[in-house]
Structure formats: structure tokens, C-alpha cells
Ligand binder design. Structure first.
Ligand code: HSE
Length: 435
């Protein structure tokens, strides 16, 4: 083992919110990083689109380049913080194929091309680290990949998208409509001008698939996740949730389940759900994230913290950097892809969940029995029913919560309710979790 290994050459690809914080922290805490890694770390290149663009943090202009070859070739470690698939994928592969270790915060890239990146890293002996790709500062990738590697994980349920959590929280706390809350999130910089990746659930689905592949030692991708976003959630849904001491969260759920053929598989879904207020995920507010992991031996674990933002996400990048730098200087490598279990992906339609269905119905004799009959005819068992007067004359509101039901059966119920003369409107059908 050399006494003083040569300083490691680092490139940072992307100097946006996270990249600039990584560069700042590496500069300000240079000696600490050297002590923790056992080797000095030197940022040699920063790949940017526009060297003249204003930056959150001053960066030595001599480090800036727009040429990926100049930024990547000859480095020891490349930190990819560009996001998106291309050109990030080409840059990461270029580095890995040269044996350069890569740290990335790119969930879309991992969810779409994880196996390709893992293979390139294994072939050249490079490390591939990605703590920052899921839930910002929260060490849940490390938790699943290393701390819980000895356990059999049965279920993961998380609030993994801060933008949607902020929007739902603003609707709940301030009585805003979805559109008003989205506009507020955009004003404050939580939501992008094009918010679709967040509000349609795709960002959460990418994170869900990354966590599921680690937890269940199986290859799963973004397309294997059944996704529903939050755009259909109304102020009335939020008020109704509060009436029943519940809140609405966009949940990412990945679990082991027995499929219809009797074999175990993985089911993954992202959708808004009602949670009782005393559930551990119900109190995750604003742009925070939390992930509840259930292991057979460990029981329940809760990971909570800041899921986005420059410095919190930089913290995750830098923890990966300490590990990758130590390996580079002294040997060893990051865990390789673990897919030995090869669990099949289950059709999310077979998942059995509880639902709360809110209806506006005619206020007349026998309407409750008509409604209950529709549930019964489709094999969906009602757990509880609440009825009250509606604002509209001659109408009342029925809120029915079901026992566990197959999604396909629930869809049949809502279709039939929509066609029933007793029902004026099926206002919402929202899953209930955690009860
Ligand atoms: N857009 C994400 C969120 C952060 O709102 O949580 C980065 O994944």
C-alpha cells in the first residue's frame, strides 16, 4: 500500500444546482475529504454547456470545458450530474469503458439503462455509485445495497417525490386547488416549468424501480412500474381525506407478492393514496422524502430527509466519492449488480388494495341498496359507508371504503356505478394504504 497515493483526478459533468454544491464542498472541505478517503482529491475539469453562464458558486474558469472528451478522458472518477438519458449515457459509458469510476445522480438513466452501466463497470473494474439518484440526501441506496444486504426485503413504500409532496401538502394545509398549488411550487422553484415528470409520477417510478432492483435482487425497469400521477386529485378529495383523518400522498410501492401462477414476483406501483394521519409516511411534509423498508429480519425501517436540493443531494454524491476514492487508491470496488433472484414482474392489476370511492347519488329510497348491490355483483366487499347531504338539491354524497379488492374488479365497479341511474357522479376512487 503506497504511503501517499497520487491525488485523484476528478471531473464533474454539469455545474447546476447539485454540481456547483459538490464543487464548493470539495473545495471548502478539501482536507477532510483527503483524510476520509486516504487520498487527495482534485477537481480537474467541469463540463458545462455555457462557460459564461452565471453560477451559484464561483468556479475557476480554467476548469470549465464544453468538450466531454477533455472532461472525461484520463480522469480517475467522473461525477455525472447532467441528468436525462443523452448525452449523460454516452458520457458515463465512455468513462466506465476506460475503467474510470462513475458517480451519478441520474435516476432516469439508471432506471432505463442500469444493467448496461453495471456491465460496463464490471467489465473494466470501475465503480458505479448512485446514492444521489434516489431521495437526495437520504442514504437509502446504501441502506439497501449494503446495510440490508443480509436481509430479505419484503416491501418498500415511500414518498420519493418532493415536488408532488409539496403540492399535495399545499392543497391540504392551505386549501389550494391542484392548479394553484402547482403554480406555487413553480414560483418557489420546486416544480419545473414542465412539471410532467414529477406530477405524472415518472420521477417516482424511476426511483421505485431502482430501489426495487436493489431490494429484490432482480432486474426491473421503469416500464415495469404501474404509474398514476396526482393531476386528478382535487381540493374535495383532500378535504374528504381530512374528514376521515387521512391525508393523500403520492406513494411508490414495491413488494414481493405471489402471482396468479403461485410463484413469487415483484409488483411495483406509483399512485396517490389515502393514508391514516398516524401512519409514519403521513407526516412527511413539504419537499421532504421518506422510505419505509420492511425486512424479514430487521422489521420496519424508516429513512427520512431532504429528497432534493443542491447541498442535500451533494451530500449523497460526496459520500459515494469518499468510497470510490478509497477504492481507487487502495483497492476494492463498489457492490456489483445483484440480480441472482430474477423475480418475475407481476401484473399490477392483480394487486389487491383498498379503495375509497366517493359518489354523488340521488337522495331517494333504496339508493344505498342499489349502490351496495353493484359492489356485491363485482365481488368487491364494502368495509364502511358514510352518507351525508350534498350541496345540490335532491342529491347526497356516499363515501364507501372497500376491503382489499383487485384493481380490475374495482374498475368494473366504478364503470357500473357510472352507468347506474342512482348515481349522478363517481367523484373519485382513491386507494387506501396503511390501514
Ligand atoms: N424532482 C424530484 C422531486 C427531485 O421533486 O423530488 C429530483 O429527483
Amino acid at each position: 500500500m503506497p504511503e501517499s497515493p497520487a491525488p485523484l483526478r476528478i471531473a464533474v459533468l454539469g455545474a447546476g444546482t447539485v454540481g456547483s454544491q459538490v464543487i464548493r464542498l470539495l473545495h471548502d472541505q478539501h482536507d477532510d475529504f483527503a483524510a476520509r478517503s486516504g487520498v487527495a482529491i482534485s477537481v480537474e475539469k467541469v463540463l458545462v454547456r455555457d462557460p459564461g453562464a452565471p453560477r451559484d458558486v464561483p468556479i475557476d474558469p480554467a476548469l470549465l470545458t464544453t468538450d466531454p472528451v477533455e472532461a472525461i478522458d484520463g480522469m480517475d472518477i467522473v461525477i455525472e450530474l447532467i441528468g436525462g438519458i443523452e448525452p449523460a449515457r454516452s458520457h458515463v459509458l465512455r468513462a466506465l469503458e476506460q475503467g474510470i469510476s462513475v458517480i451519478t445522480g441520474n435516476k432516469a438513466l439508471l432506471a432505463a439503462h442500469g444493467p448496461e452501466l453495471y456491465n460496463a463497470a464490471a467489465a473494466s473494474g470501475a465503480d458505479l455509485y448512485y446514492e444521489a439518484a434516489v431521495a437526495g440526501a437520504i442514504p437509502v441506496v446504501y441502506g439497501l445495497r449494503e446495510s440490508l444486504a443480509g436481509d430479505r426485503i419484503t416491501r418498500i413504500m415511500g414518498v420519493v417525490n418532493g415536488t408532488t409532496n409539496f403540492i399535495l401538502d399545499a392543497m391540504s394545509a392551505q386549501g389550494l386547488s391542484y392548479e394553484e398549488a402547482l403554480a406555487r411550487a413553480q414560483e418557489l422553484g420546486y416544480a419545473e416549468a414542465d412539471p410532467s415528470a414529477d406530477v405524472d409520477g415518472l420521477d417516482a417510478a424511476a426511483k421505485c424501480s431502482i430501489l426495487a432492483s436493489l431490494a429484490f435482487h432482480s432486474r426491473v425497469g421503469l416500464d415495469d412500474v404501474a404509474v398514476e400521477g396526482i393531476a386528478s386529485i382535487t381540493a374535495e378529495d383532500i378535504a374528504e381525506a381530512a374528514f376521515f383523518n387521512r391525508t393523500i400522498k403520492l406513494l411508490a410501492i414495491a413488494e414481493r407478492r405471489i402471482g396468479e401462477d403461485g410463484a413469487e414476483g415483484v409488483a411495483m406501483r406509483v399512485h396517490p393514496a389515502l393514508l391514516p394521519l398516524d401512519h409514519p409516511l403521513a407526516s412527511v411534509d413539504g419537499a421532504f422524502n421518506a422510505i419505509l423498508v420492511e425486512g424479514e429480519a430487521a422489521g420496519r425501517l424508516m429513512f427520512y430527509g431532504q429528497g432534493a436540493g443542491g447541498a442535500p443531494t451533494a451530500s449523497a454524491v460526496l459520500s459515494d466519492l469518499v468510497a470510490a476514492a478509497h477504492h481507487r487508491a487502495y483497492g476494492g470496488h463498489a457492490p456489483r449488480e445483484s440480480v441472482y433472484a430474477r423475480l418475475p414482474i407481476l401484473d399490477p392489476g392483480i394487486a389487491r388494495t383498498r379503495y375509497q370511492i366517493r359518489l354523488q347519488v340521488e337522495d331517494r329510497l333504496g339508493v344505498l341498496s342499489d349502490v351496495a348491490g353493484i359492489f356485491a355483483r363485482h365481488g368487491v366487499s364494502i368495509h364502511s359507508v358514510h352518507q351525508r347531504d350534498d350541496k345540490e338539491p335532491g342529491a347526497c354524497v356516499i363515501v364507501a371504503t372497500t376491503h382489499l379488492a383487485r384493481e380490475a374488479d374495482l374498475r368494473a365497479v366504478t364503470r357500473a356505478l357510472g352507468q347506474s341511474p342512482a348515481v349522478r357522479e363517481v367523484a373519485s376512487a382513491i386507494r387506501v394504504e396503511g390501514e
